[in-house]
Write a protein that binds this ligand. Structure first.
Ligand code: FMN
Length: 359
């Protein structure tokens, strides 16, 4: 029995008849225009037991909408009404960019997954900031910045590109700024030089006169040495890590061959949970982890939290399970915490035990 009968039996089959990216734009338009109406619908989790404080911002629950769903900050009036505790807007790049050639977003329905090769399409930092300033937010939000998708922008120019986006977004009332160094969909791919990433973080720190928390978004496809180098680079420069981005690995796919792009949804969960565990064992105690990848149930969220994530995010689950998903996840998560006699803070990292490692 589907958890959202109406969505999974009527709405989703209709939406899935159309091209995935067109449906995303259609749904985004509907959300944008119906924000006041959405506030009347029962999509929000009402209990207070999952409330959490993130960098001095009070969140109603720890479930966020992951970067990529609202790349340009069009939906901040609506996303809170779908029950999310926070939103991560972006990725926002310094310059406007149309992204890669279409079609570039595909459903892998047999795996409840998506493959995207969007290539950081977006309106550019100045426009996004203008849109965010002029909208009333229905939830606390963060902003994710990435390097403009252009392989000619490298070295010092790449540093300047990130810095320009940061300078634009730093005046916003954002919970944190995520620095995305793990997009697999640009011509140059993920940034693979830890030294360059350190310089980006140093320059951002220098410009960060408001003391905005900085998080680094990592890739599950990175090798252990590179991750260790990044954690060393970020030790004094970032307040946490987002684990993680989409994968270009095909492991976990049962359906058709995947093709080019990053895979999201359930096939990603094992790899990103593993990334959370690795980062938890390397980071300092004060730094936080946001877990993301294949979350579509309270158990999924709980798995990330017990492995060390203080908060979680999702994108693909919403596409497959519809607008009641966040409330369902909150209800299931609350029941799991009650079963184990833990509150949310106690559950973070509770799968670890100092003597035996991960349980
Ligand atoms: C269509 C699509 C676009 C995305 N765009 C971005 C992006 O611009 N920046 C980013 O950091 N992550 C982006 N992501 C990755 C998500 O933020 C998230 O890390 C990933 O999808 C795993 O979560 P999920 O399995 O819940 O979808 C995108 C994901 C999808 C599916």
């Amino acid at each position: 029995m589907p958890r959202d009968f109406l969505y999974e039996n009527i709405l989703r089959p209709l939406l899935f008849k159309q091209d995935a990216e067109s449906v995303h734009h259609f749904v985004s338009g509907c959300l944008q225009s119906s924000a006041p109406l959405l506030s009347l619908l029962p999509f929000k989790y009402a209990k207070k037991d999952l409330a959490v404080n993130l960098f001095d911002h009070a969140l109603s629950n720890p479930i966020g909408i992951a970067a990529g769903f609202d790349k340009n900050g069009n939906l901040i009036s609506a996303l809170g009404h779908l029950g999310f505790g926070f939103a991560e807007i972006g990725s926002v790049c310094a310059r406007p960019h149309g992204g890669n050639d279409k079609p570039r977003l595909f459903r892998l329905s047999a795996d409840r997954a998506l493959r995207n090769h969007l290539g950081l399409n977006g309106l550019g930092a100045e426009t996004v900031v203008r849109q965010l300033i002029n909208k009333s937010a229905s939830l606390p939000y963060a902003v994710n910045i990435a390097k403009t998708n252009n392989p000619a922008i490298k070295g010092d120019e790449a540093v300047k590109d990130y810095l320009y986006s940061f300078t634009c977004v730093k005046e916003l009332p954002a919970i944190y700024v995520a620095v995305n160094v793990s997009c697999p969909n640009t011509k140059e791919g993920c940034i693979s030089e830890a030294g360059l990433i350190k310089t980006v973080l140093e320059e951002i720190n220098r410009a960060n006169n408001r003391g905005l928390p900085i998080l680094l978004k990592l890739s599950p496809d990175s090798g252990d040495q590179f991750l260790a180098d990044l954690i060393a680079a970020g030790s004094k420069l970032v307040q946490g890590y987002i684990c993680g981005n989409t994968t270009t690995s095909l492991v976990g796919l049962s359906g058709e061959p995947a093709g080019i792009g990053g895979i999201s949804g359930p096939p990603l969960k094992t790899a990103n949970l593993e990334l959370v565990r690795k980062i938890k064992s390397m980071k300092s105690a004060e730094q936080i982890i946001i877990g993301v990848g294949g979350i579509s149930s309270g158990q999924d969220a709980y798995d990330y939290i017990r492995s060390g994530a203080s908060l979680v995010e999702l994108y693909t689950g919403l596409v497959y399970h519809g607008p009641t998903l966040v409330k369902q996840i909150c209800e299931e998560l609350s029941a799991l915490l009650e079963r184990d006699g833990l509150n949310l803070a106690q559950a973070v990292g509770s799968a670890w035990d100092s003597c035996k490692g991960l349980k």
